[in-house]
Design a protein around this ligand. Sequence first.
Ligand code: V47
Length: 354
Amino acid sequence: MTNLIEKLQSGDRLSRKECLKLYELDLFTLGKFANIKRKQMHGKKIFFNVNRHINPTNICADVCKFCAFSSHRKNPNPYTMSHDEIMADVATSVKNGAKEIHIVSAHNPHTSWQWYLEIFRKIKQSYPDLHVKALTAAEIDFLSRHHGLSYEEVVEKMVEYGVDSMPGGGAEIFDEEIRAKICKGKVSSENWLKIHKIWHEKGRLSNATMLFGHVENEAHRIDHMLRIRDLQDITKGFNAFIPLVYQRDNNFIKVSKFIGSVEILKTMAISRLVLDNVPHIKAYWATSTINLAMVAQEFGADDLDGTIQKESIQSAAGAKSARGMDMKSFIELIKSSGFIPVERDSLYNELKIY
Ligand code: V47
């Protein structure tokens, strides 16, 4: 352990072997070193944006065991929003100050490829400055297989119709054995990374998530982070890493013991230490709770995602994010925790320091 502490003190890149030993350290040691890194990169700033999540359909050809959103699983209310309904939500969000629309759908076999593209075009035509973050690599893989398109063709159309950046969803856990247990048939780990690489090669940015706290172990999490670190070394296209805490209501993975705060904070801190080349670590309050997301800022995280306004995926599985949070509460919470609230755009340009 002395060697690992010395390595952390040096601030140099950790080897795979060293990364695998990180969980053996106690929370406060990890927090201390993660906080040093965070401070070097962002000082006392906490980033957030004013955004709106829209989930246009929950009809899904896939059968991920962790999902409570898909109508093919335990959700009895299948829906597909019309473009008018989507545009009405976008209009309300813009009126409420949203600068980003984050669009994630289920893998609906009944909607056309043009249906997706038209959503992006209509948003951009009405609101050219609104950032459209849309289509996870899992959706791109589904659309490519379902409509007989190459990944490159899908990505080219996304750019043409106005998608600005890609969200980090669908990564789950890259380990192939765990993936087969929790989301068999969904985009492979190799292809998830390949799709982000293609997107980055177009000069575009994206995020990367990791779903944890279900049937994976600590080594699987480290392996996941390292696969992201390897790609980031090549492309430098990831803005943020987002560890998503597994929500266990209404789905098919039975986890008897819910992951505790110490394990969540350790994972946030370890993400900061392993992913030395990813600028931001997002404590996504929808899955960690806002209070723990605030504490996570002392353990390596520097971002909270956004006000969300409405969210259907994690809230279907028990998260308290169905109606989002207002900006005033965000700012008050950040300030009273001794940090500096920074409203950012989707690419982390600073819009306002409070
Ligand atoms: O990939 C599904 C996750 C993700 C559950 O890029 C669950 O800025 C927890 O990717 N418990 C979609 N999570 C959401 C997503 C996201 C969220 C916020 C910000 C960004 C970003 C991306 O939701 C899926 C899946 O991993 N999810 N079910 C669940 N039971």
